[in-house]
Design a protein around this ligand. Structure first.
Ligand SMILES: Cc1cc2nc3c(=O)[nH]c(=O)nc-3n(C[C@H](O)[C@H](O)[C@H](O)COP(=O)(O)OP(=O)(O)OC[C@H]3O[C@@H](n4cnc5c(N)ncnc54)[C@H](O)[C@@H]3O)c2cc1C
Length: 334
């Protein structure tokens, strides 16, 4: 049995890295693990372009309207956060995953994937930041989050736009799409579809790309191709289970329509670490974390989830002859 840790962080995306950094800075002994060998968001670009992500300032919790957000290179961004955590004193262990979790004794068995070496560790609190398919949630038998696969292109934008256009395809209830401006001359076009239907996702994306080209909204050239999983059902039922706190996508904090989740991941990781600092010092219960996150993100997530439900109902109706193959469902602020 390993000597105990104050905080075990599972997952080193933006949520876990932020949690590890804040907790280590606050003086906790932090072990942070990730199953990946190389950190950075798993988008799959075509060619040598930087893997660009758009960070919406509004989603971060309100900002002046003329500063809607910024571009970041996700690989650099994610790795820099982990370096900040390491410099603050967190122990970072890559290619490491949880094999077994025993919440009653606050212990976990973790395995180094490269060597197969296993060790049992004890922790006083845990931040589960292991993404939308959270293994921690699964081992606690919590209800899984509803997720969708996304297939996306970065495209030239023909004219600047300020709103995110949300679309659906009549007859496809489990599909929605969005065109999101990323600056004045570039946008991402995304189709969210059921996992395991990649070919359908690609076909629908190509069809929508052509449709928007004909409307003069986007250019023909695909600048980048990427994709991945996103939670679409809104916030997890419970964010705190015993001494385990869920953060980021593992907590269902990405926007249910656009999948935008980096700002909420960082904010929730920081909040989870601060809650652990307060609870381990006996100043406040861990449950305060759940209240704070629901207050901050609850209504925006609930609105997104209800728009998705409305799209599901509308798209579930057979297409009427006068309808086009794509319909605009809403225009959302960035
Ligand atoms: C294609 C795509 C494009 C996106 N673009 C944007 C964008 O432009 N702007 C934006 O704000 N958001 C965007 N998002 C959403 C954003 O990427 C996520 O909301 C964000 O990464 C969530 O951070 P996280 O730390 O919660 O989870 P993640 O970034 O998913 O990190 C989870 C980490 O946990 C690790 N892990 C998982 N299971 C285990 C385990 N059992 N043991 C150990 N480690 C484990 C994983 O390896 C991973 O590193 C996009 C998402 C996708 C899929």
């Amino acid at each position: 049995m390993d000597e105990g840790w104050d905080l075990l962080v599972v997952g080193l995306g933006p949520a876990g890295a932020a949690a590890a950094a804040v907790a280590a800075r606050g003086g906790l002994r932090v072990l942070a693990i990730d199953r990946k060998a190389r950190l950075g968001h798993p988008a799959f670009p075509n060619g040598g372009e930087p893997r660009i992500g758009w960070i919406s300032a509004r989603w971060l919790g309100g900002s002046p309207a003329d500063v809607p957000g910024t571009f970041v290179d996700r690989v650099d961004f994610d790795r820099s956060l982990v370096e900040i955590a390491r410099e603050a004193g967190a122990e970072i262990s890559l290619q490491t995953e949880i094999v077994d979790l025993v919440p009653a004794t606050h212990s976990a068995r973790i395995s180094r994937l490269a060597t197969g070496e296993e060790r049992e560790i004890r922790y006083r609190a845990m931040v589960a930041a292991d993404g939308p398919h959270s293994a921690v949630a699964e081992s606690l038998a919590l209800r899984p989050l509803e997720v969708r696969q996304t297939t996306q292109y970065a495209l030239p934008l023909s004219r600047p736009r300020r709103l995110v256009q949300v679309l659906f395809a009549p007859g496809h209830p489990d599909v929605h799409a969005w065109l999101q401006p990323n600056g004045d001359d570039r946008a991402s076009l995304a189709v969210a579809h059921e996992a395991g239907t990649a070919a359908d996702g690609q076909r629908l994306l190509d069809h929508l790309h052509l449709h928007l080209q004909l409307l003069g909204q986007v250019g023909q050239k695909v600048l980048q191709r990427f994709g991945g999983l996103m939670p679409v059902g809104g916030m997890r039922e419970r964010l705190v289970a015993g001494n385990i706190l869920f953060a980021g996508d593992a907590a269902g904090l990405a926007h249910p329509i656009t999948g935008m989740g980096v700002p909420a991941a960082v904010a929730s990781g920081e909040a989870a670490a601060n809650a652990c600092l307060a609870a381990l010092a006996g100043r406040a219960p861990l449950a305060d974390y759940e209240v704070a996150i629901r207050q901050r993100f609850g209504s925006a997530l609930a609105e997104g989830a209800s728009l998705r439900e409305r799209i599901r109902e509308d798209a579930g109706q057979p297409r009427r002859p006068e309808q086009g193959e794509w319909q605009v469902a809403a225009e959302l602020p960035l």
